[in-house]
Write a protein that binds this ligand. Structure first.
Ligand SMILES: Nc1ncnc2c1ncn2[C@@H]1O[C@H](COP(=O)(O)OP(=O)(O)OP(=O)(O)O)[C@@H](O)[C@H]1O
Length: 330
């Protein structure tokens, strides 16, 4: 039976603890269990994509990691510091951009926000200023640095929130839907930063997003949550290799009705603009031959046959539908 979960390993006897260590993390709201017995280690320098449908528990986990809500059970350690017992040291290890909420003070300017968040984490103004300037310039906010954030568009506020999370140069960065509301250019800048943060600066990043293409691009590993539990946790490439079977797409001229008339309703099709795409798993060579013969006999013009590598989104959808056997996740 395939195993879709990485086992958290003990760090006893090794030099450095993982950047993030979650053990049996649970959060209950009354009768609702938002997060249930989540354990994982994130080594330094890794980008972990935390994925899952609405309400799966992603934000709740991020907030517990950021020390903003207290777990009902379990522990969070950030570079070895237990967030419930060594709170200020633990919180110094992270910068967080939280989903949709007010991450920044609207009555302060962008510049004041960055100074404020820097000082909150114990940095001196002289240390904060150069980094704040670089961040604001990178995000194209330098000219508006002295304006109140309350007057900014949602995307600009989000940019300030991202800059505020990074201004202290924290080793761990928590990004909950960081590109939400950003325009194409700003979203690209944030993606570029995430790559730079890990590849050049060795930072550890936990990223939640519904944009699976972004997760596929940035995250070296993905953990998929459903109903508060992790149902898959693997390096992204391994998850794709193991569960994403390549498929063949056959584009033909004609509607789904044309194809159904010739082949019956035996194959998966999608239709647009007078063309229909027939999809088959690459391994199903028998059906491929039957389909091609049927199309030939029915005089349906074949326009293209291509082999398609499924995306993380395809695997994610299959996982949530339970089409992928995710083994024993107890
Ligand atoms: N303060 C709260 N009080 C009660 N229930 C809550 C609270 N915060 C979250 N929940 C519930 O906990 C569950 C997990 O919510 P959470 O926000 O962590 O999900 P999510 O995966 O981040 O979802 P989304 O993708 O929609 O942001 C949901 O059922 C949510 O309604």
């Amino acid at each position: 039976m395939p195993e879709l979960l990485l086992k958290p390993h003990t760090t006893a006897g090794t030099a450095a603890p993982p950047a993030i260590e979650l053990r049996h993390l649970t959060k209950k709201y009354g009768h609702l269990t938002a997060v249930q017995d989540v354990s994982l280690d994130v080594p330094a320098g890794q980008v972990l994509g935390l994925l899952g449908p609405n309400g799966a528990g992603k934000t709740t986990i991020i907030k517990m990691m950021a020390g903003l809500i207290t777990p009902t059970a379990g522990t969070v350690r950030l570079r070895g510091y237990d967030i419930s017992k060594q709170r200020s040291r633990a919180v110094q290890q992270i910068g967080a951009v939280l989903e949709g909420s007010r991450n920044v003070y609207w009555s302060l300017s962008a510049w004041q926000n960055l100074l404020y968040f820097g000082r909150l984490k114990g940095l001196r103004a002289a240390e904060i200023r150069p980094r704040a300037e670089r961040l604001l310039r990178d995000l194209d906010l330098w000219d508006r640095r002295n304006q109140q954030v309350g007057g900014f568009s949602r995307g600009m506020q989000q940019k300030v929130a991202v800059a505020a999370a990074l201004v202290t140069d924290p080793p761990i960065v928590l990004l909950d839907e960081p590109t939400i509301g950003l325009d194409v250019e700003a979203a690209r800048t944030v993606r570029h930063w995430v790559r730079r943060l890990t590849r050049e600066e060795g930072k550890t990043v936990v990223l939640t997003t519904h944009q699976l293409a972004m997760a596929e691009e940035l995250a070296g590993r993905v953990a998929v949550l459903r109903d508060g539990r992790i149902i898959a946790d693997l390096p992204t490439a391994e998850l794709l290799d193991r569960y994403a079977e390549d498929r063949l797409e056959i584009d033909v001229a004609g509607t789904t009705t044309t194809v159904a008339d010739v082949l019956g309703a035996k194959v998966a099709t999608e239709s647009a603009n007078g063309q229909t795409t027939i999809q088959l798993p690459t391994s199903d060579q028998d059906t491929l031959h039957t389909v091609l013969t049927g199309l030939h006999h029915g005089s349906v013009p074949v326009l293209r046959v291509s082999r398609v590598r499924p995306s993380l989104e395809d695997v994610f959808v299959s996982l949530l539908k339970g089409e992928v056997d995710h083994g024993n996740n107890s």
